[in-house]
Design a protein around this ligand. Sequence first.
Ligand code: HXC
Length: 271
Amino acid sequence: MRMTTTTMTYTNILVEKQETSPGSGIYIGLVALNRPSALNALNNHLMQELVEAMQAFDKDDTVRAIVLSGSERAFAAGADIKEMADETTVSIMSKDNFATWDRVKAVKKPIVAAVSGFALGGGCELMMMCDMIVASETAQFGQPEVNIGVIPGAGGTQRLTHALGKYKAMEIILTGRPMTANEALQAGLVNKVVPVELYLEEAKNLAIQIASKSPVATQLAKEAILKAFDGSLDDGLRFERKNFYMLFSSEDQKEGMKAFMEKRKAKFVGR
Ligand code: HXC
């Protein structure tokens, strides 16, 4: 039996440490998004908690790798639309809450995403900030922001394009349609797809395998692999966020998010 210990209490996430084998003193860190009433929609408070938990694992020398999961029904259905619906370009830029998301990118330890159900919008973007992705057969991936009059704002235009190539990324982002787990596997977005009852265990097994290696080597390897994207990724991320914030000056953003909350189809006017 592996030992699991609960480390801290948060409101929107569950955080635990699991020993990789009895008495080894080596752990994997487990973070589960836990806002079931909103399909784990990523509001500011949740993101702050998530970053805090990840940073605590980063500082804890006994933790060698991290697993980030949601629930079976939803990894995360996006950034919280209700929280951002009334923002304007000026208000959203001056708060710059989405800068919190950058701190996930700064986590040094390898992160395995365990994904089941919806991984949409910001949920898909958060998943792509992780280093490996294990998906359940029920997972659905997509960037549906165009349906609510905006675009991805936390790396989707950049990381999905790196993973899928230009043509498939254009299709997924410009149509907003979801991809099945098998389509995502074939397209190179995820490492493996397993039956739903196994996805979390498989993700943990991957993390445990990594935890048995030199933590110095795995962290430096992660850092080096990310360098393959870095220069142009940072420019792309800044450009994407500026365009995302700019859309909060449009009538279509107001209409798109209002329509979502009123559970009806949006009527876009192109301004
Ligand atoms: C706020 C959300 C939400 C979201 C779901 N909910 N997604 N709340 N933000 N992103 C809430 C619903 O309002 C609802 O609350 C409850 O969760 C259950 O959702 P339902 O819609 O009733 O469930 P279902 O019919 O099963 O449909 C599931 C779904 C749908 C297809 C995933 O919820 C959906 O389309 N969600 C939005 C997906 C999306 O557009 N994501 C991108 C967001 S923009 P109530 O109170 O009614 O029970 C984004 C930008 C990122 O992520 C930019 C980062 C910088």
